[in-house]
Design a protein around this ligand. Structure first.
Ligand SMILES: Cc1ccc2cc(C(N)=O)cc(O)c2n1
Length: 324
């Protein structure tokens, strides 16, 4: 490989590292101006030597041309919805159903607890570590191919940050629009006499369903991963929390509020803590997701038709209608 090609690849590695530090660890090592300088240096070299451009270069996030429509993608593993709880009593009943079903009941049940982001569920497939395909949840069995739009979301890596990527890895997560970005988007739309969005979830949905990736690229979207679908060629940790930490270690953003809670009372404390923090999070949530942490127990419990027996979304009471 020529020195120029080596220099370009080195720049790509450096940019990917800084994207990870900034978007996944929230610990930038260089100022934005230095990142922009490196990015511009790579962009210039790619313009001078287009033969050395690689598909997953950080400069290649925005696709060339708009699509004429979205093709369908069938989920190899269905993307399930969650059963809901709306009170402590309903959560206790959920726990009792689990205790009644488990053959060997552990001393206490350990839950992986997270805020329930109010966005869109997506599936992102990495083949040999490279972002290859992305789809909406759709009806759980079939979704729309939104690969070009997903590539534009800055905190989603185009390439996993590991030297030994799994043959195939499907990351499932929620794409959402932070409240600050939503306010700015609506201000811009108002100023241009365009239609505004009712809430960040609608804005995220509208942005992901754009046929032109250039428009999606200008929208402040983010992903937080919440589970793994297809996985081939790697041995995963045996707990849900461990798997989320592994995802984070290879470059996939995971929500910062996720916690392990041992026993029902600690889970309910988590629910109330997140409810109190809700106005300060900077993004919309509509409750918490509480999952049995041990994968073997999840597998023993399985699913009821469309929802897992081992997880529940404990929602917040509906907020009084926003008067806009
Ligand atoms: C299994 C499943 C399905 C939908 C989910 C949705 C969210 C969410 N909206 O944050 C989080 C999760 O852990 C989920 N987990």
């Amino acid at each position: 490989m020529t020195d120029i090609a080596k220099q370009m690849n080195q720049l790509r590695e450096t940019l990917r590292y800084h994207e990870y530090q900034y978007h996944v660890l929230d610990e930038p090592k260089i100022p934005d101006s230095e990142y922009d300088r490196l990015f511009h240096q790579l962009k210039t070299l790619e313009q001078q030597y287009p033969e050395f451009i690689t598909a997953n270069s950080p400069t290649q996030r925005v696709g060339a041309k708009p699509l004429s429509g979205f093709s369908q993608i069938i989920h190899e593993i269905p993307m399930l919805s969650l059963d809901n709880a709306f009170s402590d009593e309903e959560f206790y009943a959920f726990v009792k159903r689990i205790q009644d079903r488990l053959v060997l009941l552990p001393e206490t049940l350990e839950f992986c607890c997270e805020p329930k982001l109010d966005g869109l569920a997506v599936s992102i497939l990495y083949v040999n570590g490279v972002l290859t395909q992305a789809a909406t949840r759709g009806d759980g069995s079939t979704g729309e191919d939104i690969t070009a739009n997903i590539r534009t979301i800055r905190n989603i890596p185009l390439q996993l940050l590991t030297d030994h990527p799994p043959a195939r890895l499907e990351v499932r997560g929620e794409v959402f629009m932070p409240q600050a970005g939503f306010e700015k988007l609506n201000e811009l739309a108002l100023a241009k006499g365009e239609k505004t969005f009712a809430n960040p979830r609608n804005a995220a949905a509208g942005s992901l369903r754009q046929l032109d990736p250039k428009i999606t690229s200008q929208r402040p979207l983010m992903l937080n991963a919440y589970s793994i679908g297809i996985v081939e060629g790697v041995d995963l940790p045996e707990t849900h929390y461990g798997r989320l930490q592994w995802l984070k270690s290879i470059g996939i953003p995971v929500n910062a509020e996720i916690q392990l809670c041992d026993g029902v009372e600690n889970v309910l404390n988590f629910y109330r803590t997140i409810q109190q923090k809700r106005p300060t999070l900077g993004y919309d949530i509509d409750g918490t997701v509480l999952k049995i942490n041990d994968i073997a127990l999840q597998q023993e419990l399985g699913f009821i038709s469309k929802a897992p027996r081992w997880a529940i979304a404990y929602k917040f009471p509906a907020q009084e209608e926003m008067t806009i």
